[in-house]
Design a protein. Structure first.
Length: 179
């Protein structure tokens, strides 16, 4: 795809630490990842249209992804004072999510069928409408990579980028699938 180099450069300009090519054929949604969602450790299972089960079955997510060949992976990497430094973790994740949202909006203008898969559940609305009424902004809702059954560390290694940047760091990863 001829625009991919420009899009990767834009991602760095927006503020991501890393942007790299994503070969969409390396994405293999796994039922084990969805099972982690259903164990509800994050307390979001069944509470958001962009999370399981609201985001569709694993088969539906796999079918959606199979229509895409090209994409990019983006990462925000930050430093922590120690492994209990939740304040920095939240700050770095907040920054990642804000940049991801802004890049999604920018890319959707040129790629209306874009699939944007971020880190964490959709935060567009203060309170999600799930399951009582339809999603307020289906064009803006962002699922996580895990919600689609993606093992993030594996997709990173299959696309030759690190997932772990060493002791005292944390990274948040997202991807954009472009048609
Ligand atoms: S856009 Fe709003 S209603 Fe739709 S999934 Fe996100 S939080 Fe829920």
């Amino acid at each position: 795809m001829e625009n991919i180099e420009y899009i990767k450069m834009r991602a760095l300009e927006v503020g991501f630490t890393v942007s790299a090519n994503l070969d969409c054929t390396t994405i293999k949604p796994m039922k084990e990842v969805r099972e982690m969602c259903s164990s509800n450790k994050c307390n979001k299972y069944g509470k958001n249209w962009a999370c399981p089960p609201g985001c569709g079955t694993l088969e539906e997510c796999t079918r959606n992804i199979s229509n895409y060949k090209y994409g990019i992976i983006v990462q925000t990497v930050g430093e922590l004072e120690d492994s209990l430094d939740y304040e920095s973790m939240m700050k770095i994740q907040g920054k990642h999510n804000q940049m991801f949202k802004s890049m999604t909006e920018e890319l959707r203008e040129e790629y209306p069928n874009l699939i944007a898969l971020g880190a964490g559940c959709c935060l567009q609305c203060e309170e999600c409408t799930y399951p009582n009424s339809v999603c307020r902004f289906p064009q803006k809702a962002i699922s996580s990579m895990e919600a689609y059954g993606i093992l993030v560390s594996k997709v990173c290694s299959d696309n030759n980028i690190p997932y772990y940047y060493g002791a005292g760091t944390i990274s948040y990863t997202g991807c954009f699938l472009l048609d």
